[in-house]
Design a protein around this ligand. Structure first.
Ligand code: SAM
Ligand code: DTB
Ligand code: SF4
Length: 330
């Protein structure tokens, strides 16, 4: 059954593919017409002027056995992040209540695992999911690779969405992480689908990839059947002690271009302006929204690094007359 889903997924990819050339031609368009096209697409599928506010919370930090070159939480790198135990339920519920009070609609819980393992920690995560769901928030989890049985238990506990990024193109992937493969990532995405969980999958720009790599990542996501409901576009947050510590900062216009292409290729998705927002000007953030981004992390901290602060974000929403979204992703 599972093998069938994976086989069918690759078949469908081949059958209804956006081509490499089409996506690259979009990416290479002059920026203003590209933004126009993205905005037209956006308005066909989404309310104008609304942005989804999500809260991010690390419920198990550090000590991860994967070697992702960007990540502060990998135990292959000497960073300032230490391995911690899984958070208490009370702690998580306190953060969830606050998330609700400040008007966010989704709690995204991050777990620094290569893969989920059955046992007391996984059981606690299931309880977190059901309690957060009972509070009336959408639930999202990211905890590495999953088996079908684990995905089903999460679904039954009330999980709405699972974040599992492709991060970059298949070609560039081995220079970023070598402890897992691109196909491992695609396999977990197929497992989520089989369990009826919505997918949140995107990537990072600013990791030394070419424009072609960005296009290929977006093309792979858009050719999934169905494509992800939520597509986070992160700008690399360079972390001291990681192999990508000295990467030059992302050009904000490249971020705008990447978001515009994501919006055109995945018209119905929430496109999320994710990590790296704190190094963008207000104007650059608004340009990203003009190009189709309609979801952000709201709150002073991402998983281990600072986010834009809440009061600056509230000022930005007020100054631009943006409204917080209340409807869940389709
Ligand atoms: N261990 C799980 C996994 O890898 O799927 C979940 C946690 S991981 C931190 C979630 C995502 O955050 C990664 O896939 C990556 O895209 C993003 N991320 C991590 N560190 C980042 C950084 N320094 N800058 C930008 N994005 C980052
Ligand atoms: C995603 O694509 N971005 C979020 C979320 N999924 C889990 C994580 C961003 C992490 C940024 C680096 C940090 O704070 O450690
Ligand atoms: Fe970080 Fe996730 Fe990679 Fe672990 S699997 S090193 S938590 S990005």
């Amino acid at each position: 059954m599972r093998a069938n889903v994976i086989a069918q997924m690759s078949e469908n990819c081949a059958a209804r593919s956006f081509t490499r050339e089409y996506v690259r031609a979009l990416y290479d368009k002059p920026l203003l017409p590209l933004i126009d096209e993205a905005r037209r697409t956006h308005l066909l599928h989404h309310p104008d002027n609304e942005v989804e506010l999500c809260t991010l919370l690390s419920v198990k930090t550090g000590g991860c056995s994967e070697n992702c070159g960007y990540c502060s939480q990998s135990n292959h790198h000497e960073t300032k992040v230490n391995a911690e135990k899984i958070a208490d339920l009370d702690e998580v519920m306190g953060s969830a209540r606050r998330a609700k009070e400040i008007g966010t609609t989704r709690l995204c819980m991050g777990v620094a695992w290569r893969e989920a393992k059955d046992g007391p920690a996984f059981d606690r995560i299931l309880t977190m999911v059901s309690r957060v769901k009972e509070l009336g928030l959408e639930t999202c989890l990211t905890a590495g690779m999953l088996t079908y049985a684990q995905a089903m238990r999460l679904k039954e506990a009330g999980l709405d969405m699972y974040n599992h990024n492709l991060d970059t193109s298949r070609e560039h992937y081995p220079s970023i992480v070598s402890t897992r493969s691109y196909d491992d990532r695609l396999r977990t995405l197929a497992t989520l689908r089989e369990a009826g969980i919505k997918a949140c999958s995107g990537g990072i720009i600013g990791m030394g990839e070419s424009a072609g790599d960005r296009c290929e990542m977006l093309r792979t996501l858009a050719n999934l059947d169905p494509p992800p409901e939520s597509v986070p576009i992160n700008a690399l947050v360079p972390v001291e002690g990681t192999p990508l510590e000295h990467m030059p900062p992302v050009d904000p216009l490249d971020l705008v271009r990447t978001i515009a292409v994501a919006r055109i290729l995945m018209p119905k998705a929430r496109v999320r302006l994710s990590a790296g927002r704190s190094s963008l000007s207000r104007e650059a953030q608004l340009m990203c929204m003009l190009a189709g981004a309609n979801s952000i992390f709201f709150g002073d901290k991402l998983l281990t690094t600072p986010n834009s602060n809440e009061s600056d974000d509230l000022d930005l929403l007020r100054a631009a007359g943006l409204k917080a979204m209340t409807q869940p992703a389709l």
